[in-house]
Design a protein. Structure first.
Length: 102
């Protein structure tokens, strides 16, 4: 099997009690939409019941596309809005180049 490179941006989010629905709606309307427009070929928001946190994942075909997304003013503003809904703000988006088997 041959692998292909993808860049994965992940974040752990801890919405304040009672703000979960607003958080999910905002993430979908701003982050998911923007990431898709900017080349993300897979994105998702997942909930972990045990730790009561949400994990977001955004896959981009190249490091350059991921960096462009992270530096976009719309992304930075959306992150600020999301942080206001969270107990712990996201300090900085991190990304790793992963090899994915296809």
């Amino acid at each position: 099997m041959k692998g292909s490179l993808h860049v994965l941006i992940t974040n752990a989010w801890y919405p304040k009690p009672g703000s979960e629905e607003a958080f999910i709606k905002l993430w979908n309307e701003k982050i998911y939409k923007l990431a898709t427009e900017m080349g993300s070929d897979r994105s998702g928001l997942y909930y972990n019941e045990e730790s009561d946190m949400y994990l977001s994942s955004l896959f981009f075909p190249t490091k350059e596309e991921a960096e462009r997304f992270l530096k976009a003013e719309k992304c930075q503003k959306a992150t600020q809005e999301l942080n206001r809904l969270c107990l712990v703000p996201v300090r900085k988006e991190l990304y790793d180049i992963l090899k994915k088997a296809i």
